[in-house]
Design a protein around this ligand. Structure first.
Ligand code: XMP
Length: 304
């Protein structure tokens, strides 16, 4: 890793060189990669940068409000695309197809916004592991392999493409981004869509969004590299003496350096029991909670 200041100066110069006097769009997702990318692009391009946040409906609980607050110093455009994403994903169960659809929907929205605002370049926060995992066909990370081959931009600029996650965090600290951002755990581009096994529906999205919020509240105190909930299938349970055919939620918590490999976070039985109890009592349609004890490899971190 090069020195952070040198990297920042180099990246700003590269963005200026590639984009020139044109306008560029940058999409914020609330994560550290896109935030660093936007901060660099803003320093490079100033008023020629067009920052957008696409509310896909696949984001974490409270995310839209968070983003508005965090980036209030930027002229952020918020696009409500919830209906568009859920429609595009309707009836699709295959994980790779779901990734391709979210990637494609994102890019078409960027293109439409770009066309309306005379924007010619796209600045993206792709990092090195995204490229490796997409090229190695482990899965198409939506900001790389999930992109359609035809993109209506003059150029795509990826200033972080040779960095690992911990290096991006170092740059975020050097850029003085708030710690809630620089230290924030990763969240996949396709969002909650890859935390639902099979078809995405409004009902499943509601359940998994609530479950993710509970898992974050309960597990972040143990300092995992990443933690979340995934929604599996339905199974039989019993609540208040009545049989319930309810959702099965898997809890995942891992330690990792760069996401390429991962170990399971060891949590006390009390902590696990508390998570199961909160999820089943606070989300009425959940009948069962399981803890994933598989490292990567052989499992990946996300379920899809
Ligand atoms: P996997 O599931 O491949 O995840 O072991 C490794 C890390 O990458 C994140 N991830 C993604 N990030 N777009 C992203 O920007 C994606 O499509 C994507 N898929 C997975 C995942 O959350 C983990 O931190």
């Amino acid at each position: 890793m090069v020195n952070s200041q040198e990297f920042i100066e180099g990246a700003i110069a590269e963005i200026k060189r590639e984009v020139g006097n044109h306008r560029a769009i940058v999409a914020l997702s609330g994560g550290v990669d896109s935030s660093v990318c936007a901060a660099l692009a803003y320093q490079a391009l100033g008023a020629n940068l067009y920052p957008v946040y696409v509310d896909t409906g696949l984001m974490r609980k409270g995310e839209t409000e968070n983003i508005k607050r965090t980036f209030r110093h930027m002229p952020l455009t918020i696009i409500d695309a919830k209906a568009r994403f859920i429609n595009a994903l309707g009836g699709v169960a295959d994980p790779e197809e779901k990734r391709k659809i979210t990637g494609e929907t994102f890019i078409r929205i960027f293109e439409e916004v770009a066309r309306r605002n005379q924007v010619e370049y796209l600045v993206q926060g792709t990092i090195y592991p995204d490229i490796i995992e997409s090229e190695g066909q482990i899965k198409s990370h939506h900001n790389v392999g999930g992109l359609p081959s035809e993109i209506a931009f003059n150029g795509v600029v990826e200033p972080l493409k040779y960095l690992y996650k911990d290096e991006v965090r170092e740059i975020a600290r050097a850029l003085k981004l708030p710690p809630e951002l620089s230290e924030r755990m990763p969240f996949p581009g396709p969002g909650l869509a890859v935390r639902i096994i099979g078809e995405v529906t409004e009902e499943k999205l509601h359940v998994i969004r609530e479950a993710n919020a509970i898992v974050e509240q309960e597990v972040l105190r143990y300092k995992p590299w990443q933690t979340f909930a995934a929604l599996l299938e339905k199974g039989t349970g019993v609540k208040g003496d009545v049989r319930l055919h309810g959702w099965i939620i898997a809890v995942r918590a891992v330690q990792s350096r760069d996401g390429m490999t991962a170990d399971v976070l060891e949590m006390s039985y009390d902590a696990l029991r508390r998570i199961a109890s909160r999820i089943t009592s606070e989300i009425p349609d959940v009948a069962r909670v399981v803890y994933d004890i598989t490292p990567k490899p052989p499992a990946t971190i996300e379920f899809e």
